[in-house]
Structure formats: structure tokens, C-alpha cells
Design a protein around this ligand. Structure first.
Ligand code: BGC
Length: 772
């Protein structure tokens, strides 16, 4: 047995076991007592004094959020739900509205809250600014592929700028759910499968949205969501059950949420799913014990849409009133679209089932964020029509979207340097319904964008005029108009355009086939069991290949796809996701080599759906290899390899990079204060400038809890001219070398570690070190 020297670094996690049995009773220690870290005393005094003059109904009103309603600029509604919402607004019984956007409409609702209610408390205006407001940047999964934290931060800042100019001051982003399951449609909205990369990206996005001063009129409050475990829904089916152990929860699911908290995120959203038998919305362990008490989160938690009443369907709450009681006691501060707080909380307080302290704490958290946003100084600070006009869709915002889009494109394959394309004298057949699609690149979270407003690949390629370009659709991916709310109908039969496409391919030097998913095929409520090219597209690709092998496959999709046939046959494959408003320009610039791709996959691409969930940081198992070749008793499939088709961290460039001289300093470091320096020499060995994401992984070979075969613990984006060399250095310390054991303690254990450095997770450049 190795000597397990365990250094415990207190992260203060309560025993997970207690979280499995959260009580509905009010917690012994209210988070309000702990939330005093780093708060502004002036704001706290103002919140307290306001709170002291509020009625219980007004405090509960702050916990109530309504969705946008009626034609705000029209007459006051006379009856029905809309009239009730109006009445509540004017009574000060609404704390927030979502999906009200545009200066005119925001001003109209704000005016009712501020000018008609007794205390004139301003509303906080929420919206899903997931990857842009009106000008769309790439979907978050695509942006994550850039591994470029500065660019990601800037993209969020630009989105905040455009959204804030339209009256919005709170975004329901970033989604920081780790997921290993490409069947889950919402992987498009996250940062992929890895907690280390996911944490860095969470921080970048929070900083981008919130800036260094929330009170500025171009920054907005961010929201880490969905707390917690949503990305682990069973079988990748949205909203499905989640059952994970403490090791996965602490080491994989929590880290990006913790990182967002430490970065000062002002709000959290809970989640639709149950976690180990307790719906996240009614989960005291998650919301009070972990987030508010242990992590000292001082902002507020909003429920997900209707997730309070959904606890009835889960079989956890008896009725609406019970749902309100459970959610409030568990720490949900604001009710999005369940209407149960406004209906029942006051009675529950009277009956002693929800303590008034809980209401005070929730209202205080919400008011605190409103003060921080500067809404009490000027409720209309985000409502400047001239600014809205100047900023919305501005040249600078489009330039930023284009820059981010180029940085997000992953070159998966490029046999014989088929790419980049020559700029003249080449005849190109551009094929695929998605090639002329101006809507799909906008993705599925694009409520503020105009339909069909993206630059298509066709339009992007038309900028390069010295080649002959013939466009023919071949086939549509979907039938009819697609929408955010309804099921997308896929074209599985119409091949009437095949013949024309085959002729075009036959006569061309090169075929550029743009295939994949339409915009509304990934996102919320869009789980899939088949991950190949939808509809007749695979057949189209195979037909094209019969007449011309020089095919560049450009993929537009919101999740990893199964591309086994394409990988075997197609020489060049470009993963271009859904890249937003500037999609076509970005793709054309990469195809023609005006931009050298450097992105790397943030999620593994499976060979077959049967491998899912598939991820690079898996465990070794007791039978990682066959003891004798040909025998079956080892962890494997009879009909498929274990490895993914494209590994996490994979991505090529138009130049090449060489790694040499991996050196480790501090080989016999102590577990008490581990301090390892890892350096490697990186050379751009190709003929043109390029960027490489240098990745560092570790393996802790033997531990008190089994560790993954590899874990990302560092990365750096390095830009090098042709033949230029640079030494890249990483430091490993107790934060990167430790893990949460099953007693929820952060430990660094002695023993042998291997460090791997390279351009993807399957790098073989490695060396060992010991921790004593
Ligand atoms: C989603 C959230 C989103 C909310 C408000 C829900 O359906 O799960 O992520 O922020 O709607 O639009």
C-alpha cells in the first residue's frame, strides 16, 4: 500500500449524505448570516432600510417574476391574466420581468413599477442573452472550441453591450452544465465535457457580462445555470432524471458553478431535473448548504421556467402551495412562471410554514443585486433610445461576432492539404441546403435576432470572385418553417435535388458540401437518439463522393455528430457549428486560408451513439485491456472501438507544430505544498503563422478514490510565426493536483503522477513525477 499522505484543504463542503435528505423545514442557519463576504456596506445599509419599510406582500413581490405580456404600448388590459399582472406591477408585487425587450417596452413596464407602486422599486429585466442579443455570436459550445478566454470574455461583453442598450440588465447565462452526452440538445449552450475548461470559460463569461462594475450601463448581471446536474440527464433526454454520486458531483459538475461564484456571478438559476431523488428547485442541499452557506454566494437564485410547480409532476410536492413552501425553504429566491410565490407565500408565512426570515433573506438578495446594478439611482439607465439605435447591430458588434466565429472553427481533417482552397482558377460546386441557409447559423437561442439575418456560406464564398462557384442545394435538411417551440420536421424523402447536385459535383474541381443540423435541431427540448447527418444528407454525401472525391465537408451543427463514414472517405472536414450572424464570412475566410484555424474540440465526437456518454477523462476500470489477445473479458464493445472518432482537444491548423524537451522541475515535491513546473518547447514547423492550444493533462496513478486516466489541468493559446519556437511553462499546485475524496475533502495525495503535454488529449508527450 502506498503511504497515503493526505493534505486536506478545507473547501467546507458539508457531508453529501446530508444533502441526500434535505429537510423541508427552515434551515438552522440562514444563508443571510453567511452572505456578508465582500459586500458593499453602503448598499447593505440601503437594502436594510428599504426592507424595514416593506410589507410582507411587497417582499414576496420581489420574489415574483412575470413573463412579458400584452402590447405594452397599448391600452391598459381590462381583464384576465394580463390585467392581474398589470395590477401586481402597480402594487409593487413583481420583482422582475423576463422577455420584455427593447427600450420602449422596458420603459413601459419599468414606469408602472417605479411610478405607480407604493415604494417605486425598479424591476430587474431578464432575458436569455445566451450568445448575443440581436447580433448573434457563435453558440457557446462553438465559442468554447476557441479555448480563447479573452475572446470569449469579449464576446460576452459585446453581447452585454447590445442587450443593455435594449433595456436588458440581466442575462440567464452562462449555462455552465458539464455534459458528456451529445444526445442532449443543450450541449450547444455549454462549454462541453471538461470541468477545468468549463470553469475557465464560466469565469470568462461572467466577467464579460458583468464587467468590472455592474453599475455601468453597458454591463448586465450574469446567471450561472442550471444548478445542478442538468447535463447528466439520463440517456441524454432533456429534463430526465439525474442520479450521480458525490465524486462526480464534486469533481465534475460543481467546479464551473463554484468558479462562477468565486468570479462574482450575481445570480444562479436552479434546474428542472431532480438530483438523487430531490428536484433541484426544492433541493436545500444544493441551494442553501452548498451554494449559499459553503460557497458564500450573496446573489439570488431564480427558479427555472415553471420548475416550482413541476415538483408536483416529479412527485415531490403535493400541490402548488406545497411547491411554494418547499422551494422557498430550500432556497429558491425568485419564482419564474410558476406563480406559486405570489399566490401562496403570504399564507405560508402566516401559517408558520415558511419563516419570515426566509422571505427577508430572499428579498434582500434580490434588492442587493438591483442596487448593484444602479437601478435605484436611475431605473431608466438602460433605456436610452439613442444609445439603442447607435449600438444595436453596429459595425463593431458584427466585427466582434466575425472574429469570434473564425476562432471557433475546428479543422477536423485535412488530407493532402486540400484546404485552404486556392483563390483563383478553381471550379467549386457548393452543395447543401445549409449552404444558403441564413437562419440556422443563428442557433436556437436567438429570440432577439431577425429571422434569416445571418451571412450564409454561399454569400461568404461569393466574396471570393476569382473562382467559379456553382451553388445547388441537393437537399433540404428540414421541411417547412422551423421554430423555437415546435418539433423540427426532417426531410427524409425528398431527393429531387440530388441529380442536379451530382452533375455539379461531377463538373467541379472541388465540392464544398455544407451539411449538418438546422438551427432548431439542437437546444432545449431537442434530444436525439441518432447523431448522424439528419435526413437524406448522408446519402447525398455518398452520392457526391461517387463522382468527385475532392470534397470539403463543412459541418453546421449544435452538438458532436457521428461522422464515421465521412472520416473514412472525405479528405477535409471543417466543424463550423452554428456560428451566428457572421457565419458565412467566417467559414469562407477559413476555407480560403485568410484565417488559419486553431480551435480544438471541447467535446469528444463518438464513432457510434452506442458509445455515449463518451469523454476523455474516463476511469481505467479493472480490465482496461485483454489479458490475452482475442479474449473477451475486458472492458470493450464487440462491434466498435472504445475510443472516440475525434478526441477532446483535437483540432488541426494549416501549419504544423512540434513539441520537444518536456521538462519537469520539482519532481519530488511534497504533498503539503506541491509545486511543479512543467515546460515544453513548441515550434511552428510549418510554412505559415498559426496558433496552437497547448494542453496539459495529468494522471494520478493511484489514489484513495480512483482518478481519471487523464485530466486537463492547464492550457495556453500560443501564436507562432513559421519556424518560430517558444517555451511554454505551466505550474501545478495543490489546486490542480488535488481532488474531492468521498468524504468531500479536498486532498492532494502522494504517489506517482504522469504529466502529458500536447495539442490534444491523446498526446503521447509525457513524463512522470512523484509527490512525497
Ligand atoms: C430554460 C432556461 C431559460 C428559461 C427562460 C427555460 O426553459 O431552461 O435556461 O433561461 O427558460 O427563458
Amino acid at each position: 500500500m502506498k503511504n497515503r499522505t493526505i493534505i486536506i484543504i478545507v473547501f467546507g463542503l458539508v457531508l453529501f449524505i446530508s444533502g441526500c435528505n434535505p429537510s423541508n423545514e427552515s434551515p438552522k442557519t440562514l444563508a443571510v448570516e453567511n452572505a456578508s463576504v465582500g459586500l458593499n456596506s453602503e448598499i447593505e445599509a440601503k437594502v436594510d432600510s428599504l426592507l424595514s419599510i416593506m410589507t410582507i406582500e411587497e417582499k414576496i413581490g420581489q420574489m415574483n417574476q412575470y413573463n412579458g405580456f400584452w402590447d405594452l404600448t397599448g391600452p391598459k388590459p381590462a381583464e384576465g391574466d394580463e390585467a392581474k399582472k398589470y395590477e401586481h406591477l402597480s402594487k409593487g408585487w413583481v420583482g422582475s420581468m423576463l422577455n420584455v425587450r427593447g427600450v420602449k417596452d422596458v420603459k413601459a413596464v419599468q414606469k408602472i413599477a417605479v411610478e405607480e407602486s407604493r415604494l417605486g422599486i425598479p424591476l430587474i429585466i431578464g432575458f436569455d442573452v445566451i450568445h448575443g442579443y440581436k447580433t448573434m455570436s457563435p453558440i457557446p459550445l462553438a465559442e468554447s472550441a476557441s479555448w480563447d478566454l479573452k475572446a470569449i470574455e469579449k464576446s460576452a461583453a459585446v453581447a452585454a453591450q447590445e442587450a443593455s442598450a435594449a433595456g436588458i440588465n440581466w442575462t440567464f447565462a452562462p449555462m455552465v452544465d458539464i455534459s458528456r452526452d451529445a444526445r442532449w440538445g443543450r450541449v450547444m449552450e455549454g462549454a462541453g465535457e471538461d470541468p477545468f475548461l468549463g470553469s475557465k470559460i464560466a469565469i470568462a463569461r461572467v466577467k464579460g457580462f458583468q464587467g468590472d462594475n455592474l453599475a455601468k450601463n453597458n454591463t448586465i448581471a450574469a446567471c450561472a445555470k442550471h444548478f445542478a446536474g442538468y447535463g447528466f440527464s439520463e440517456s441524454g433526454r432533456d429534463y430526465n432524471t439525474v442520479d450521480v454520486g458525490s465524486s462526480t458531483l464534486n469533481n465534475i459538475i460543481f467546479p464551473p458553478f463554484r468558479a462562477a461564484t468565486d468570479a462574482g456571478v450575481r445570480t444562479f438559476m436552479n434546474s428542472f431535473n431532480e438530483l438523487n431523488g430531490i428536484p433541484a428547485t426544492g433541493n436545500k442541499f444544493l441551494q442553501r448548504d452548498i451554494l449559499k452557506n459553503d460557497w458564500k454566494f450573496s446573489g439570488f437564485i431564480v427558479s427555472d421556467w415553471g420548475s416550482m410547480t413541476e415538483m408536483i409532476n416529479h412527485g415531490y410536492a403535493e400541490d402548488d402551495k406545497d411547491a411554494a413552501k418547499i422551494a422557498a425553504n430550500a432556497g429558491s429566491d425568485m419564482d419564474m412562471e410558476s406563480y406559486v410565490y405570489i399566490e401562496h407565500l403570504a399564507t405560508l408565512v402566516k401559517e408558520g410554514k415558511v419563516k419570515e426570515d426566509i422571505i427577508n433573506d430572499a428579498a434582500k438578495r434580490i434588492l442587493r443585486v438591483k442596487y448593484e446594478l444602479g437601478l435605484f439611482d436611475d431605473p431608466y439607465k438602460y433605456c436610452d433610445e439613442a444609445r439603442e439605435k447607435e449600438i444595436t447591430g453596429s459595425k463593431e458588434i458584427h466585427e466582434a461576432a466575425l472574429d469570434m466565429a473564425k476562432k471557433s472553427i475546428v479543422l477536423l481533417k485535412n488530407d493532402n492539404n486540400l484546404l485552404p482552397l486556392k483563390k483563383e482558377g478553381v471550379s467549386i460546386a457548393l452543395i447543401g441546403g445549409l449552404a444558403s441557409d441564413k437562419d440556422s447559423p443563428l442557433g436556437s437561442w436567438r429570440i432577439g435576432a431577425d429571422d434569416n439575418s445571418a451571412v450564409s456560406v454561399l454569400e461568404g464564398m461569393q466574396q471570393y470572385k476569382e473562382n467559379s462557384l456553382l451553388y445547388t442545394k441537393g437537399a433540404d435538411v428540414s421541411i417547412g418553417k422551423t421554430s423555437f417551440v415546435s418539433e423540427t420536421k426532417i426531410n427524409t424523402t425528398d431527393k429531387s435535388g440530388f441529380e442536379e447536385a451530382i452533375q455539379a459535383a461531377k463538373n467541379a474541381d472541388i465540392v464544398v458540401a455544407v451539411l449538418g443540423e438546422v438551427g432548431f435541431q439542437s437546444g432545449e427540448g431537442r434530444s436525439r437518439t441518432a447523431l448522424g447527418l439528419p435526413g437524406v444528407q448522408q446519402e447525398l454525401l455518398e452520392e457526391l463522393y461517387k463522382v468527385n472525391n475532392n470534397i470539403v465537408l463543412v459541418l453546421n451543427n449544435g452538438r458532436p455528430l457521428v461522422l464515421d463514414w465521412a472520416d473514412k472517405h472525405i479528405p477535409a472536414i471543417l466543424e463550423a457549428w452554428q456560428l451566428g450572424s457572421q457565419s458565412g464570412n467566417a467559414i469562407a475566410q477559413v476555407l480560403y486560408g485568410d484565417y488559419n484555424p486553431s480551435a480544438k474540440l471541447p467535446m469528444s465526437f463518438p464513432r457510434s451513439v452506442g458509445q455515449v456518454p463518451i469523454y476523455y477523462n474516463y476511469k481505467n476500470t479493472g480490465r482496461p485491456k485483454a489479458s490475452d489477445p482475442g479474449t473477451v473479458f475486458w472492458t470493450h464493445y464487440s462491434d466498435e472501438q472504445n475510443t472516440p472518432l475525434y478526441v477532446f482537444g483535437h483540432g488541426l491548423s494549416y501549419t504544423t507544430f512540434e513539441y520537444k524537451d518536456l521538462k519537469i522541475e520539482g519532481i519530488n515535491t511534497s504533498s503539503a505544498t506541491p509545486n511543479i513546473k512543467v515546460s515544453v518547447t513548441l515550434t511552428n514547423s510549418g510554412e505559415r503563422q498559426g496558433k496552437e492550444v497547448v494542453q496539459l493533462y495529468i494522471r494520478d496513478h493511484f489514489a484513495s478514490v480512483t482518478r481519471p486516466v487523464k485530466e486537463l489541468k492547464g492550457f495556453e493559446l500560443v501564436s507562432l510565426e513559421s519556424k518560430e519556437t517558444k517555451q511554454v511553462t505551466f505550474e501545478l499546485d495543490s489546486e490542480t493536483l488535488g481532488f474531492f475524496n468521498n468524504q468531500n475533502e479536498w486532498v492532494v495525495e502522494s504517489g506517482t503522477f504522469t504529466v502529458f503535454v500536447g495539442g490534444s488529449s491523446d498526446t503521447s508527450t509525457k513524463a512522470d513525477f512523484e509527490i512525497k
